[in-house]
Design a protein. Structure first.
Length: 423
């Protein structure tokens, strides 16, 4: 194959693309350093650390090695920085082909593509324990391909590894609460005589109605589609899912994606959370990174609908930021950053307490690694406990009284919650 002579910026973009966009990227080697350069060699390869994908940069100065691990998105800047160091040769190896770049003494870049030097070899991800994914990634998947997570040849794109990891861990939580949803559907079907839905293989019971789910603030709806795909196409359950959002553009985009897949579900509605009323009470309510009070609205509606499961992954929480007022905590509250972080913690503690008071067994968990997203907290609640437990009511009174706050969720729930505080 003949050499190409791209402009100075072109070869850099080719190298970045070969490393970040090729799912079969194996290793990149930068060498041929000048005598005045600090680093004599650099190698880059993909690694998995704590379940999340990184690029590992190993710098050699001739005597020792310096190792740095970077998550995928910021790695672009690190690669461009490495290309500015003056290395004379760059060799990027992929399972489908290699990229060779040679910089002449006059600074001209000569680039060519070649057959793979490691044909058939897959990336070696050290530190990676065998992992069971909720979606089968050994073959093309229509959902992952349609959302741009998987390439046309059936491999997860390197730049989408974090998104795939988030989807996978979200579905893992869904699998954990699935028995509760199935019990709800089977119980309702048994009492109503509804035998229209199909049970998943291995599920107990005979007939059940579809699992009913409302996703509040569905946004781009990647996770809305993921849960339908997993429940219906992977696990074999009938499911009725509706995503609601106030942005008509994302609703239209979600409907177009559904239609392009040829799926009957999910459905989507342009609505405020507090204004939405489903045709039948949902078994599960989701709120995944809905901003500020939208999370409280979703939790409140889930409680009022008596949904069996509520999953809320909060996003930004601004309500209490300026309301916190406790003389004993002025050393904390005078600093804006500390006040903001305390408000976040208090907001989620209030949400968990309210759910517990309203009869939900509640856990606050990390559903993905902090390396994947800082918004990794999830409140998981399952209906089944006594209403108005006096211990938790007193905890709620004490916390709100100490900080001089009345959270908005209290107003959203109205008398159904207020009667427990009045006792």
């Amino acid at each position: 194959m003949s050499d190409k002579r791209p402009g100075p910026g072109d070869y850099r973009e080719s190298v970045v693309a070969a490393i970040l966009e090729d799912p079969g990227f194996i290793r990149a080697t930068f060498a041929g350093a000048g005598s005045t350069q600090q680093w004599k060699k650099l190698s880059i390869r993909p690694v998995t650390i704590r379940g999340d994908h990184h690029l590992q940069f190993v710098y050699f100065d001739g005597k020792k090695a310096l190792t740095e691990n970077h998550v995928i998105e910021p790695s672009r800047a690190k690669i461009l920085e490495a290309l500015s160091y003056g290395f004379a040769n760059v060799h990027v190896q992929g399972s489908a082909g290699d990229l060779h770049v040679r910089i002449t003494r006059k600074g001209r870049a000569l680039a060519k593509h070649a057959k793979p030097s490691r044909p058939g070899e897959e990336p070696l991800l050290d530190h990676n324990l065998p992992k069971k994914y909720m979606l089968d990634v050994s073959r093309p998947d229509e959902f992952l391909a349609a959302t741009g997570i998987m390439s046309a040849d059936g491999r997860i794109k390197l730049t989408m590894q974090r998104k795939f990891h988030q989807v996978n861990e979200f579905l893992r939580v869904i699998e954990q609460v699935l028995p509760v949803l199935v019990d709800a559907a089977e119980g309702a079907a048994g009492s109503a005589g509804d035998s229209a839905a199909v049970c998943s293989e291995g599920a107990t019971g005979t007939a059940q109605r579809p699992l009913r789910i409302v996703d509040c603030g569905s946004g781009t709806a990647h996770l809305t589609f993921a849960i339908y795909h997993y429940l219906h196409n992977v696990r074999g359950f009938a499911a009725e899912i509706i995503g609601i959002d106030t942005n008509p553009d994302v609703i239209e985009s979600s409907r177009n994606l559904r239609d392009s897949l040829g799926w009957p579900q999910p459905q989507f509605a342009n609505s405020r959370i507090l204004d939405f009323d489903p045709k039948a009470p949902p078994d599960m309510v989701l709120s995944l990174h809905a901003c500020d009070l939208a999370t409280d609205e979703a939790i409140a509606k889930g409680i009022l609908w008596r949904s069996r499961v509520i999953l809320a992954a909060p996003c930004c929480q601004h309500e209490l930021h300026r309301k916190l007022d406790a003389p004993g905590m002025r050393a904390v509250l005078r600093h804006g950053l500390l006040r903001e972080r305390l408000a976040d913690i208090v907001t989620d503690a209030i949400r968990a307490l309210v759910l517990r008071i309203m009869g939900y067994r509640t856990h606050v968990i990390e559903f993905v690694s902090p390396d994947s997203t800082t918004k990794n907290l999830m409140i998981r609640a399952e209906l089944g406990l006594a209403l108005g437990d006096s211990v938790f009511v007193q905890e709620y009174r004490d916390l709100c009284g100490f900080l001089h706050i009345k959270p908005a969720i209290e107003t959203m729930l109205g008398e159904s919650f207020g009667k427990h505080l009045a006792r």
